[in-house]
Design a protein around this ligand. Structure first.
Ligand code: SF4
Length: 756
């Protein structure tokens, strides 16, 4: 029966998590609209949110824990059995080989980070040391550079920037900035503002740009280095800013003076005149914001690209003022790295950044007889067998493990390889939130209450982590009962007792999330036990940024301020403004060197020095095309939607190919084509486009997912691009994969009937 109530929640399809309201018909999402009262999105949504019922309801949902049989099939088991056997399986690996052989992957996608906040407690109970997530596929190079240059993450203020620069970023489709399409149109319609887009494809964003730098695939570093060099050569550099706020820059400036600008322009496929015009526009603007994204981060020179992108705004002094780059207050630090860290993965020895092992080496860390190899995996809200390079090899790695458990809403490609699968409640059946809170000056955190009862047979992740920790004997039930009694009667007394208890032993500190869940959790209203971890997070934020939190309207001193923030988060269903920063605050967040930034980052300068010798192309006669494996389109949403019925168009995920290449190969839109690489091949349908350079082809991400029909027969629609990629294609520094730069071959395999 349709209700007339609109339930406030959020879209979970990208990091923006726009507020939406949903009207239910039973368990069906009958209507969806943007939530005008949401503190951040204020009613804005894109068309993808309207399809959310395909995530919530479908044939993909799991309703019982599953145990793998010897023949590879699965049998249902009850939760007590599953928790007991999973805890025993993990404990056996810990006891025989050491907890550091238990690898953790995931912890959340675009909208579900609350469960992952409890995972550190389970890992502590097991002694697990190594982990990774999708961020290690994309952002670790940027995180490292952020730490090295500024000591912190920075974000652009595109709603107010005079010049907005998008480097390998198409916000029209991948969003990432507030009200992306509205903001892009406002920039395009304002003659005083400019947009610069560096991208090998003429994207929807590039169509709105004043300066479109259609770079040759894989040569972004040459284009960016040339632009920075032009700024130095033409004295577009803000020397006062460098003198006052950048500790060291002489070596970087020296190297930029030596950049052969004309030659780099030639290699990048962009005219020198256009590069100079774009550099001048940046260098003479009152404010500039820069957003670099996967187009350059999943491509050759990934980490160097991140460094060079920073030069565009550091050299021109675009920091700590409206319209420029600033440092947001975060509730949970995402993107924090230690540039000086020497931690490496135990088998391959690859650099660990922000605590994450590079995703491309995980299989290599398993498929070896090295004594330090991972023997077990816990995979939560993630699908690495589909999303990491070389799916075949990752599946092989999972089969080699002594033990594995997957926590997910669906029987994903990864779950199909696991020893046990634990079915999670959906993001609309439990308390949820995202920690992607990067806005400035006002930052919003949205805690979402469930709008549906849990699907029978499922549990939310905090409960799963708690039960596993309890089964492992890692929780002192008596002490937790005492704390719970205190939480029910006197929150401040509880706070003092809890902090004293968890600081008495580092192990208890690491167990804090599940200890909060078990003590404070049951005392929270509306069954909100899963939000207990936010209590600790709110208190930490209040200690770290008290002024910004008070400016947002939360009052109190010491523990009272943390309590006030937590209560606000808990009671507000449409987002809480948790911090309001002043532009000046960005300065105090800089911690690279004595409160100053630095451009003389030795590791990046070495890469810049080596750039002249780097190839301009990685293709060859056998594989003459550059495949971007994972383009964001209107009907892509990572792997959140498994039901292919959510796509109104591009159901199979067409291969986009340029008009010139299509003519040479005799391919027309609608023809079937085979794409092959040295690793594998797929077949799909072709779409001939004028948006690509010759030699560049693209496939969308998120296709090729298993989905059962009404009779339970499983099939996949479209091609999974990671059947084509391989782990060695990765950044030399951060190990991020070159998913946007895969040498490939295309052949026509069948023509649709052409009109006579
Ligand atoms: S996909 Fe992103 S931009 Fe679109 S409605 Fe969802 S959260 Fe908002």
């Amino acid at each position: 029966m349709t209700t007339t109530d609109w339930a406030p929640t959020a879209c979970i399809l990208c990091e923006c998590n726009c507020g939406v309201e949903i009207r239910l018909d039973g368990r069906t999402f009958a209507r969806i609209r943007g939530d005008k009262a949401h503190a951040a999105s204020k009613g804005y949504i894109c068309e993808k949110a309207l399809r959310l019922d395909h995530y919530q309801n479908g044939h993909h949902r799991l309703t019982s824990p599953l145990r793998r049989r010897a023949d590879g099939t699965y049998e249902e088991v009850d939760w007590d059995t599953a928790i007991g056997e999973v805890a025993a399986g993990l404990a056996a690996v810990r006891d025989e080989h050491g907890g550091d052989k238990i690898f953790y992957y995931g912890g959340g996608g675009q909208g579900n980070h609350l469960g992952g906040a409890y995972a550190p407690a389970l890992r502590a109970a097991l002694g697990s040391r190594y982990r990774s997530s999708a961020l290690a596929q994309e952002k670790t190079g940027e995180f490292w550079v952020s730490a090295a240059v500024a000591g912190t993450v920075t974000r652009g203020d595109f709603e107010h920037a005079e010049v907005s620069v998008f480097v390998g970023k198409n916000p029209w489709q991948s969003h990432g900035i507030p009200h992306a399409r509205r903001t892009l149109k406002e920039i395009a319609n304002d003659p005083k503002r400019s947009m610069i887009v560096l991208d090998p494809r003429r994207t929807e964003t590039a169509d709105l740009a004043d300066y479109f730098l259609q770079v040759r695939p894989g040569t972004d570093a040459f284009a960016l280095a040339a632009m920075a060099a032009i700024m130095v050569e033409e004295d577009l550099v803000d020397r006062r800013f460098l003198a006052d706020h950048v500790g060291t820059s002489d070596q970087a400036l020296g190297l930029l003076r030596a950049v052969p600008i004309a030659a780099y322009a030639e290699r990048s496929g962009i005219t020198e005149d256009l590069l100079r015009a774009a550099a001048r526009r940046i260098g003479t603007a009152g404010s500039v914001s820069v957003y670099e994204d996967l187009g350059v981060q999943m491509a050759p020179h990934s980490t160097l690209n991140s460094y060079l992108s920073r030069l565009l705004w550091v050299l021109t002094g675009n920091f700590a003022k409206p319209g420029s780059m600033n440092v947001p207050s975060q509730l949970v630090s995402i993107g924090k790295a230690k540039a000086a860290s020497t931690r490496v993965s135990p088998v391959v020895g690859e650099r660990i950044i922000s605590g994450m092992v590079p995703a491309n080496v995980i299989a290599d860390e398993v498929l070896t007889d090295h004594p330090a190899r991972y023997r077990a995996m816990i995979i939560e809200s993630a699908n690495p067998a589909h999303s990491l390079a070389d799916s075949t090899r990752f599946r092989e790695a999972m089969r080699t493990l002594d033990f594995s458990v997957v926590i997910d809403v669906a029987m994903s490609e990864t779950a199909r390889e696991a020893s046990y699968v634990l079915p999670a409640s959906s993001q609309y059946e439990k308390w949820e939130a995202t920690f992607f809170n990067f806005e400035f000056p006002q930052n919003v955190f949205s805690l979402r209450a469930p709008i549906l009862d849990r699907l029978p047979g499922t549990l939310d992740e905090p409960e799963i982590h708690y039960r596993l920790c309890r089964e492992l004997g890692a929780i002192d039930g008596e002490r937790v009962s005492e704390l719970r009694a205190l939480a029910a009667t006197d929150r401040l007394a509880f706070a003092q007792a809890f902090l004293m208890y968890t600081s008495s032993d580092p192990m208890l500190g690491r167990m804090a999330p599940v200890l909060l869940y078990a003590s404070l959790g049951p005392t929270l209203p509306d069954g909100a036990a899963a939000t207990a971890v936010l209590w600790g997070i709110a208190h930490r934020a209040a200690m770290m940024n008290p002024d910004a939190i008070r400016r947002a309207g939360h009052q109190g001193q010491g523990l009272e301020l943390g309590e006030a923030l937590f209560e606000s988060i808990l009671s507000d269903r449409r987002g809480t403004v948790f911090a309001v920063n002043e532009y000046e605050d960005s300065w105090s967040a800089i911690s690279a060197i004595d409160g100053k930034m630095r451009l003389d980052v030795p590791e990046m300068l070495e890469l810049l020095k080596a750039l002249p010798e780097a190839p301009s192309t990685y293709t060859n006669d056998n594989y003459p095309f550059v495949l971007a494996a994972g383009e964001r389109r209107s009907f892509t949403a990572n792997t959140i939607f498994r039901d292919p019925g959510w796509r109104k168009r591009d159901r199979e995920g067409a291969l986009r190919i340029s008009e010139d290449d299509a003519a040479n190969l005799g391919i027309a839109t609608g023809d079937r084509v085979r794409v092959s690489t040295k690793r594998g091949e797929i077949e799909t349908v072709a779409e001939v486009t004028g948006t690509l350079r010759a030699g560049h082809i693209t496939l969308p991400n998120g296709l090729g997912l298993d989905y059962p029909d009404e009779d339970g027969i499983v099939s996949a629609t479209g091609a999974a691009t990671n059947e084509l990629t391989w782990p060695e294609l990765r950044d030399e520094f951060a190990g991020t994969p070159w998913h946007k730069h895969v040498p490939a071959q295309v052949k026509a395999v069948g023509q649709r009937v052409r009109p006579s």
